[in-house]
Design a protein around this ligand. Structure first.
Ligand code: OOB
Length: 555
């Protein structure tokens, strides 16, 4: 073993603020129950690589990485990061598409106890700038060019305004930055590895506020959600999981996802694009047994499967979640794809519900499942937080062994998003069946769920309000046959301002560096907004107005 070179830019360690965590009596209970077993991601990978080094862990195109390969690459990245001065507790924004290096990087970070901050490939200057600044990230990991977008230029712009951001590491041609392969070093002993109760990473919240919040997840709690998911989804060492959604999202990461598959010693196949032709070819070639998609993709897949042309016979389970899956669409899955539908209603903050593989068909197509853990506490309450009897529709609150007790560094927001006794206010409106299954009936949070991609209304409104001609803005969901919902921005122009076309607002938002999925699908100029009794903009009335308007236009 060689020793790492001296850190290039030594700086005082900055572990960031302590994350809100479970009170001791809960932690003890979760350990005693066997939910938290004292494992870490670095240790799990080491164990799997020792148990079956030659088994394939990751398939990325023609590349096949065995468990030994992945273990070694993670060690090499870990040694390289340490040599750069990246330390335990440091934050590193990771924005990679579905490539094998994603796993080398995150397991390298897990090993040294530095925290990946999981950005999505679609994020742009505004989001990345915020994640880097807010988390005081010391490094940012990117592809060179992905989907026609040059991430190196974005990284340069963010680095110029983020003093903590010392390193930009590039998978591919580094341009003015550093190539990931060039930092990799021979493995070194990690003297100060993270403990099972330590934070493993920061996940992104879909959010309903002006800026996205960061979700602190520990090794213990997340690994429990993987183990529980594997059991429910029957993932074992013979499974082959296709990662069709962006790997960094909580659903394909952990439900049971790539990390669940790796925990089981199974094989992960990376899908560069979730279109039926690309995904089906991989399912056929790699004999994929399980995968997960959002409802619009499930629609596209069932339609494509009806046309035939691929052998999908290996597929046993299709997980569908991230947004409400309509009963009609749900009924088409088993007959067309020849597999069991498993609905999943989860959230990056924790709680994940699954329909069970042996649930009656009616339950599978009409409910969003029940929680992973017997220790997941579900409370369904009215507007005054008063618990409702079973069967009534209300706000879903939850607490449990893999649901966070607070966002990272957000005390004021936490006071609103959690009850005093630690229940997370999901913002979802649900009803519980006698079997314990939940049916998602709606949402109380000010968010648009665009086919699984979450858009916080307030965030987009703030950007529109920055336009010099805009007096006020309100962003709401409009129903959409394909995505479930799209976004509509209602805009009031300033008195005397020149009239604008919708495209001007859309371009303005895009040019402010917001992810494409947050650019409003529709823009409507109005003279005034409907208001509620207390003088707030009535989004309910706005939603009704645009739904009626669209229906009239559709004839
Ligand atoms: C998943 O995670 P997030 O954090 O992007 O979004 C969570 C929110 C939920 O609070 C709910 O509003 C919505 O997404 N949602 C669903 C749903 N699954 C998620 N709404 C209705 N039906 C469903 N099946 O989206 C996520 C995380 C882990 C697994 C699956 C999805």
């Amino acid at each position: 073993m060689s020793t790492p070179s001296a850190p290039s830019a030594p700086s005082a360690p900055n572990p960031g603020p302590p994350a809100p965590t479970w009170p001791a009596e809960f932690a003890e209970r979760y350990r005693a129950a066997g939910w938290w077993r004292g494992e870490t991601f670095g240790g799990v990978l080491r164990d799997r690589a020792a148990a079956h080094p030659d088994r394939v862990a990751i398939v990325d195109g023609e590349r096949h990485w065995t468990y030994r390969d992945l273990d070694e690459r993670a060690d090499r990245v870990a040694a390289g990061l340490l040599a750069l001065g990246v330390a335990r507790g440091d934050r590193v924004v990771v924005q990679l598409p579905n490539v094998a290096e994603f796993f080398a990087v995150i397991f390298g970070l897990f090993r040294i106890g530095a925290l990946p901050v999981f950005a999505l490939p679609a994020h742009r200057r505004t989001e990345i700038g915020h994640f880097c600044a807010f988390s005081e990230a010391v490094a940012y990991v990117i592809p060179d060019v992905s989907d026609g977008f040059d991430h190196r230029t974005l990284a340069s712009a963010v680095q110029a305004v983020t003093p903590t951001l010392r390193h930009v590491l590039v998978v591919g041609d580094p341009g003015e930055h550093t190539a990931l392969v060039d930092i990799e070093r021979d493995p070194v002993e990690i003297t100060d590895p993270p403990a099972p109760g330590d934070l493993a990473f920061l996940q992104l919240s879909g959010g309903s506020t002006g800026v996205p919040k960061l979700i602190p997840r520990t090794h213990d709690d997340y690994i429990y959600s993987l183990r529980g998911s594997n059991e429910i989804c029957e993932v074992d060492a013979d499974s082959v999981y296709l990662c069709a959604l962006p790997a960094a999202h909580n659903f394909p990461l952990s439900s049971p996802g790539t990390l669940g598959a790796l925990y089981a010693g199974a094989r992960v196949v990376l899908c560069p694009k979730p279109t039926p032709d690309v995904a089906f070819a991989l399912i056929e070639r790699e004999r994929v047994t399980i995968t997960g998609v959002v409802p619009p993709l499930a629609l596209a897949w069932t339609e494509a499967a009806e046309r035939g042309g691929f052998d999908l016979g290996s597929l046993r389970v299709l997980l569908v979640g991230g947004a409400k899956f309509s009963e009609e669409a749900a009924r088409r899955v088993a007959p067309t794809l020849g597999c069991t539908l498993q609905q999943v209603f989860g959230m990056a903050e924790g709680l994940v519900n699954y329909t069970r593989l042996d649930d009656p068909d009616e339950v599978i197509v009409t409910s969003q499942g029940r929680p992973i853990s017997p220790d997941d506490e579900i409370r369904i309450v009215d507007d005054a937080d008063v618990p409702l009897p079973d069967g009534e529709t209300g706000h879903l609150l939850t607490r449990g062994p893999y649901t966070i007790r607070g966002y990272w560094n957000a005390p004021e927001h936490n006071a609103r998003s959690f009850t005093e006794d630690g229940f997370y206010r999901t913002g979802d409106v649900v009803r519980r069946l006698a079997s314990g299954h939940l049916v998602v009936e709606g949402r109380a949070k000010d968010q648009i769920n665009r086919g699984g991609e979450k858009v916080a209304a307030e965030e987009v409104e703030n950007h529109i309000l920055a336009h010099p001609s805009v007096h006020d803005a309100a962003v709401v969901a409009v129903p959409d046959a394909y995505l479930g919902e799209r976004t509509c921005a209602y805009v009031i122009l300033r008195a005397g301002a020149e009239p604008l076309k919708p495209v001007a607002i859309r371009r303005f938002v895009r040019e402010r560096g917001l992810a494409g999925y947050k650019v409003p699908d529709h823009v409507e100029f109005v003279e005034t907004f409907p208001y509620t009794g207390v003088g707030k903009v009535s989004k309910k009335d706005l939603r009704a107005a645009i739904a009626a308007g669209l229906a009239a236009r559709a004839g």
